[in-house]
Design a protein around this ligand. Structure first.
Ligand SMILES: Nc1nc2c(ncn2[C@@H]2O[C@H](COP(=O)(O)OP(=O)(O)O)[C@@H](O)[C@H]2O)c(=O)[nH]1
Length: 584
């Protein structure tokens, strides 16, 4: 009978008769059984495979499995035109006719389902992520102004160079950098004790003995070593003695070269950005410390043949890098301030008017302290009084000129130079500027490098001209030493970048001021540890074709497809609904 006859009143009738039929099948008035399969027979034909006739399927469900459900067809189905296969059949008789009830079919089906379940279970269990165990490494950055202790961790089973190393803890040592303890070296060792105790808490006890501990000293100790090498040795002895008392695997304390400081800072930034692993274009590293500053980048114009001392080559994850790097000793922000003030006070005046300090700023300073550094000692005025009065006038343009006086642009024996006759290839690619670059620009609210350089200078000009009292009122929480120097520091950073390294108004926007990348501080320490522990392989590690979840999904999908294929292959055995539909 054509479907059209089902329209209208007949639909309701069908519903009623179906209910009666079901009650008979289950043998219980008010109860129904096998409703799911029955409802399949009510689906529109268009969504069913044509030979699949459902009435016989009722016989698949033995009476004990019948569900006490009440029939509830959705209004949508009860109203739509449907074809109904409805033959009252004796339940027992149908069971006998149904080939699904043959023992062989049942056994094959059960074995098939069990095999698929076993396959998926094994795939999931075999590849489930194991509870993570970590390994640790400790690096102490003995900087010119302070010492910081970094704890890194990485998954223990990924020791084979594929795991990500992350910073888990940073402890800032109280007091100045270790180079300041030249006259009392024992105190240099003692100053590290609290942070070392903290490290003992952060690294699980059973890992203490296998956790490497490194101390790297930078420009502060480089300068002390230049000025007084025996004092520098004594500081190291005291530091070693203190560190060896702790249960870690002590790997030594040493001064790292400026070149290493630059190169390891570059590795840190590009490792954390995952640029090395993925072989992407690298990011140059700009590091501003207190006593030195580093610039490191890869340039197509630099192959290391010109000024080889600026070249560092690496093979990392299967890629070769020829890095240009240079560390300017004395051009950290603290030593450059000294150099600028030395320049202003060469005649030994009792009063120094300083354009890089705010108007209203006044302080009495000691000449011998100002000149107590190899960066300025040769400029010490002969007939100067002990002290001088340092007075701020807050003039950005004059400050820029004074800052510029610390750079020497007169001679260059290479194809192009930054300053002081140092080769610098053409700038290329993006840059990350960290350490004091970040501290200063972040405080001044000038980290957005999409702001035109002229606007940045204008903002700094207004900031420098602000009265010192007002600055102190606005920032009561900031250390006075830092606060007094931000005008100078900001001016120094802009002058170093534009006049020193030749960043233009356009390329300035390639710089990103950063403190952390994915939770780890930007700086040389991570690159240093990765290098010493051989954590970055020269060649790209073999990676599995699929990550774990992808692998499990593929196995599961294949298993389900196999099962469906298996069922389809049994098609000749499928039961059929009536070929003679009867509409009631
Ligand atoms: N404004 C500001 N400056 C900081 C902070 N911490 C460190 N610095 C300065 O940043 C510079 C970092 O110096 P450091 O790492 O000790 O020097 P390095 O040995 O030359 O690398 C110094 O000039 C510090 O005074 C901070 O929290 N705020």
């Amino acid at each position: 009978m054509p479907n059209s006859v089902l329209k209208g009143r007949s639909t309701r009738k069908t519903h009623t008769h179906t209910h009666d039929y079901y009650n008979r099948l289950s043998g219980h008035e008010g109860k129904t059984s096998s409703l799911f399969l029955l409802s399949l027979c009510y689906l529109p034909r268009s969504i069913l495979p044509s030979p699949f006739h459902f009435h016989s399927l009722f016989s698949l469900i033995p009476p004990p499995l019948s569900l006490p459900l009440s029939l509830s067809l959705s209004p949508q189905f009860s109203r739509s035109p449907v074809s109904v296969n409805f033959i009252e059949v004796d339940n027992r008789e149908m069971k006998e006719m149904n080939p699904w009830h043959t023992p062989v079919t049942i056994i094959i089906t059960v074995i098939g389902v069990m095999a698929i379940v076993a396959l998926v279970t094994v795939a999931v269990l075999q590849n489930r992520p194991l509870p993570q165990k970590y390994k640790y490494g400790i690096v102490m950055d003995a900087g010119s102004s302070h010492t910081a202790l970094y704890i890194y961790e990485w998954p223990a089973e990924k020791d084979n160079n594929t795991g990500r190393v992350e910073q888990t803890h940073l402890c800032k040592v109280k007091g100045p950098g270790i180079s300041s303890y030249a006259s009392a070296p024992v105190k240099a060792g003692e100053s590290l004790r609290l942070c070392m105790e903290e490290a003992k808490q952060w690294v699980p006890g059973k890992r203490h003995h296998q956790t490497p501990l490194y101390l790297g000293a930078t420009a502060g100790m480089r300068l002390l070593n230049m000025a007084n090498s025996s004092a520098s040795d004594k500081v190291f002895q005291a530091v070693e003695g203190a560190l060896q008392k702790f249960p870690f695997s002590y790997q030594g304390a040493k001064i790292i070269s400026g070149q290493d400081e630059g190169a390891f800072g570059w590795i840190t930034v590009n490792y954390l950005d995952e640029r090395l692993k993925q072989g992407l274009e690298t990011r140059g590293a700009l590091d501003l410390g207190g006593a030195s500053t580093q610039i490191s980048f890869v340039s197509d114009n630099y192959d290391g043949s010109e000024s080889p001392s600026n070249s560092v080559t690496f093979r990392l994850y299967g890629n070769d890098y020829n890095l240009y790097t240079h560390s300017f000793l004395c051009y950290g922000k603290d030593q450059s301030l000294r150099m600028m003030q030395a320049h202003q006070s060469q005649a030994g005046p009792a009063t120094v008017l300083d354009p890089c300090f705010h108007p209203g700023y006044t302080a009495t300073k000691n000449y011998s302290v100002l000149y107590d550094s190899p960066c300025v000692s040769d400029r010490k005025p002969k007939d100067a009084p002990d002290t001088f009065t340092h007075i701020g006038i807050g003039d950005f343009l004059q400050c820029q000129a004074a800052v510029k006086s610390v750079f020497n642009f007169t001679s260059c024996k290479y194809s192009r130079c930054s300053f002081n006759g140092v080769l610098q290839p053409l700038l290329q690619g993006p840059y990350g500027a960290f350490s004091a670059y970040y501290f200063v620009m972040n405080f001044l609210n000038l980290t957005d490098t999409s702001v035109p350089l002229e606007d940045v200078k204008e903002k700094l000009k207004r900031y420098c001209a602000t009265n010192w009292d007002q600055i102190m009122q606005q920032h009561p929480e900031v250390k006075l030493k830092y606060l007094a120097e931000y005008c100078f520091s900001g001016t120094y950073i802009l002058t170093l970048l534009t006049e020193g390294y030749n960043f233009t108004s356009e390329s300035y926007s390639d710089i990103k001021f950063i403190k952390k990348i994915k939770g780890s501080d930007a700086g040389w320490t991570l690159g240093y540890m990765l290098n010493l522990t051989n954590m970055i392989p020269a060649e790209a590690p073999d990676t599995p074709l699929l990550p774990h979840p992808g692998y499990v999904s593929v196995v599961s999908v294949i298993a389900v497809l196999l099962f469906i294929l298996f069922i389809v292959s049994l098609r000749p055995l499928w039961p059929r609904c009536s070929k003679q539909p009867q509409i009631v």
